[in-house]
Design a protein around this ligand. Sequence first.
Ligand code: AMP
Length: 453
Amino acid sequence: MAEEAEKEITTFEDFKLNKQLLNAIAEAGYEKPTPIQLQAIPLIMAGHDILGIAQTGTGKTAAFLLPLLMKVKYAQGQHPRALIIAPTRELVMQIEENITLLAKYTDIRHTAIYGGLGPKTQIENISKGLDILVSTPKRLMELYFRGDLILKDLKTLILDEADKMMDMGFMPQIRQLLEVIPRKRQNLLFSATMPDKVVQLSEEFLEFPTRVEITPQATPVETVSQTLYRVPNLRTKIELLEHLIQDNETFNRVIIFTRSKKNAESVSKFLEHRDYGEVRAIHGNKGQNTRINSMEAFKGGEVRFLVATDVAARGIDVTMVSHVINFDVPLIYEDYVHRIGRTGRAENEGAAITFATEAEMYHVHKIEKIIRMQIPEVPMPADVKVFETPFEEQQEMAMEIDRQKRRENPDFKGAFHEKKGKHKSNFAKGKKGKGDPKNSFWQKTKKKGSRKK
Ligand code: AMP
């Protein structure tokens, strides 16, 4: 399927991205490109129009942003050279956050505009000059017709979640836009599904597009038993983990997956501290040699726990893994399939256990769609102590849930809708403050003495 020339590409370096981008990628914790990134990035960089069929959770945003940032390169001129349109304010903000993350070491200027609030600040931001604009369709055309936005320098147009855009009735705005922007440009269209309306749009909008499609992975290996625990918070996740691994006969070779390097470090430190057996952590911050040594030790059976982030664990070929524990639910949904494929290899029965907070259940449901089955849920064991969720963690989760609901239904007014100032500062900047519940929890845990066996 893949062409000769594409075979070689496995890392972000292989895309020949510039140093600024590679540094930002490393800092974001992306260790390897996802399948959509592997397919789409070289094509976009070569200047093709793309029709991308991929759902959220596949890494599609970075798949179009990285080549875009390569193309835009640096601050230049007054008017935007690239425009990204997305159906909802939430999605626009999310894309903008991704740009902030990935364009961190460049001087590229970007801003997000959307409805629901007055345009004054947005107009001011535009008038300062910018390279990339992210917008919802309506606000975009409003500002254009007021004369606040000049689109004559556009070289790239990206439509994200085109199916949702059509569902929400934005076709008239898209048509107006296509009338007024330069004809010679690169176009990218991303959509999770391809209903007729999107097919029609793609025909109007794209020139000789290359289709890039990420088809959901097959159902996980049948020899793996899957279970799901609903766990209210981080503190209780640790309790549950500790409870499960008391059974050291059954849980004899365990891979624990976390979403971030930070959590991988924290969980492995916790286990080391409590002395439940040999532990190794593998993630992007560990050197290649350390990773290889850890893996060998785990393979050899000298290590009971391997704590890993997803990409660090790709390609691990270890048999006899008794359990895979998903301490965090993966955001790249197909990683779930990769994760649980680590256990139950080659006739060995395996078990995959997933811990999910209420906020993570959204992702669990998306994963269930991909694997085309429900992950059987089991109640928390009675003797696992369930902790109250600390206020900040609770807020963080409530915000996350609001965000998910708004993604699904843009008219949803979440509990955090009113508190704009507060909401934005925590979340638009993506910063972890001192009061980060995770930080404070781990700090407390470390100080605690040893616990019942
Ligand atoms: P998206 O499908 O664009 O909504 O991305 C889903 C999540 O995956 C986001 O949280 C991204 O930050 C993250 N992500 C994107 N690319 C990668 C990658 N190569 N490795 C790990 N995480 C990624």
